[in-house]
Design a protein around this ligand. Structure first.
Ligand SMILES: Cc1cc2nc3c(=O)[nH]c(=O)nc-3n(C[C@H](O)[C@H](O)[C@H](O)COP(=O)(O)OP(=O)(O)OC[C@H]3O[C@@H](n4cnc5c(N)ncnc54)[C@H](O)[C@@H]3O)c2cc1C
Length: 429
């Protein structure tokens, strides 16, 4: 199916207005003969959570989307530390190499990324208060979407950018539903003024993870005089999963602090200085690998968290979601809106990438377990040393230095220095 410009434009519905949905819309807007609408369940687009890391892979796709300069503040994370939260011992220091792109790795506020993306989405593209409740394949007519407010729409292509609890995935990939499981990790996140804690420890000005064997507290400046805490604790999911559905819900200071009583006094004091009502709780869920990213004869495709419920395992999920959106648009442009061929190519490029992440996580879990087993009966400090988070190091350049433009060019047989339009220009567009 090759679409020419005299034909009706390809009607694309993006379900979800997170980083994946917004990036997909921006990328699709740049190609001809595509009509894009984002359907978002929220009545107001707002980001919950606190900070977000932007490294070389995310910068690359933000540049391709034309919004990198809009993400204009943040804290440079060239140095990251791992410390023992009970003794203060520095167990690992990573000094990141300076990037050839000239854009430093940063920790910034999640709202900065969202505003940058929003600024590039064409006005009128986003429809709010549109919670997808039903999706049906109507054959040649298209795919019908029904929203909670009773309205509906029929489109040619549905992009499921509706996050980890994706209705699009659960409808179009029936083998997958109900497989999400609480990982055992609960995260509490907040932002507070740096001035509120700067007297406590000079190391708090450096991005760092402070650990005990089953918890950690992440401290980082995020720019504009703000400072982030993301504190995590692990509980046996077999015992706690029933009560865990929370995502961004307010919790009391006492509740958060009760998980971090073993820490150094200055860390406990930093937690105590969070204003009442400042904490939000996030329970991390994960799901298995999905065998394909496309369904319903290549008229449904998943981008971002909906397709890989990795629970923020690599701290770069927004980057992955944006890369998905950019590749999808490139593939549609390349095949002149032939969704069959474009989505097959998208699947060929992105599915193995996510498969590699699942494989890495499984081997890493096995490696860590073996290391601890080899020690026999590890002490508190030995267990802490086994928990180092390398933030982009550790042989993960294929993620953190990923150049999605080079990936595309390789996939379609173009050389890395080729600056042509990434593929054949079809006469019809
Ligand atoms: C604790 C934590 C820390 C993280 N840190 C980082 C980091 O530092 N860097 C990074 O790059 N990534 C990070 N991530 C991952 C990142 O937040 C996610 O991977 C990213 O938000 C995924 O984007 P998305 O657009 O796929 O989904 P989401 O951001 O989940 O957006 C989905 C959207 O779909 C909407 N939606 C859902 N269901 C429906 C429906 N039925 N109808 C209509 N709309 C619907 C939702 O309201 C939401 O707006 C972190 C994740 C976690 C949990």
């Amino acid at each position: 199916m090759t679409v020419d410009i005299t034909a009706a434009p390809l009607k694309v519905a993006i379900v979800g207005g997170g980083p994946g949905g917004l990036a997909t819309a921006i990328a699709l807007q740049k190609i001809p003969s595509v009509e894009v609408t984002i359907y978002e369940q929220a009545s107001v687009l707002r980001e919950v959570g606190a900070g977000i890391s932007i490294g070389a892979n995310s910068w690359k796709v933000l540049e391709l989307l034309g919004v990198a300069d809009q993400v204009n503040t943040g804290h440079e994370t060239y140095t990251v530390l791992n410390l023992n939260g009970r003794s203060g011992e520095e167990v690992h220091r990573r000094e990141k190499p300076h990037s050839a792109t000239g854009r430093p790795p940063i920790r910034t506020q999640r709202t900065k990324l969202q505003s940058a993306l929003l600024s590039a989405v064409r006005p009128g593209t986003i429809k709010l208060s549109k919670k997808l409740v039903k999706m049906e394949d109507q054959g040649a007519k298209g795919i019908s979407l029904t929203f909670k407010d009773g309205t509906s729409s029929v489109v040619d292509l549905v992009v499921g950018a509706d996050g980890i609890r994706s209705v699009v995935r659960d409808t179009a990939f029936p083998a997958y539903p109900d497989t999400l499981k609480f990982t055992g990790t609960t995260i509490w996140r907040t932002l507070l003024p740096w001035s509120a804690v700067s007297d406590l420890d000079p190391r708090f000005g450096t991005t760092a993870w402070w650990h005990t064997p089953t918890t950690h507290v992440y401290f980082s400046p995020v720019g504009e005089g703000l400072w982030e805490i993301a504190a995590r604790a692990w509980h046996d999911p077999a015992v706690h999963s029933a009560s865990k559905v929370s995502w961004g819900v307010p919790v009391t200071n006492e509740h958060v602090e009760s998980h971090f009583t073993e820490y150094l006094p200055q860390i406990r004091e930093a937690l105590a200085r969070v204003s009442a009502g400042g904490w939000r709780e996030f329970a991390a869920f994960a799901g298995p690998e999905i065998p394909t990213l496309t369904a319903w004869s290549n008229r449904v495709v998943l981008v971002g968290d909906s397709s890989h419920a990795l629970s923020g395992a690599f701290g770069s999920g927004a980057g992955f979601a944006m890369e998905d959106g950019w590749i999808l648009a490139r593939a549609l442009a390349y095949y002149a809106n032939d969704t069959g061929r474009a989505l097959s190519l998208f699947n060929e490029i992105r599915l193995p990438y996510y498969a590699r992440m699942y494989e890495y996580l499984a081997s890493e879990a096995a490696r860590r377990a073996k290391k601890l087993a080899d020690i026999g009966d590890p002490t508190f400090d030995e267990r802490v040393r086994g928990k180092v988070i390398s933030d982009g190091g550790g042989g993960l350049d294929w993620i953190y230095q990923n150049d999605i433009e080079a990936v595309w060019k390789t996939a379609v047989g173009y050389g890395p220095t080729d600056t042509s339009n990434f593929g054949p220009i079809h006469a019809s567009i």
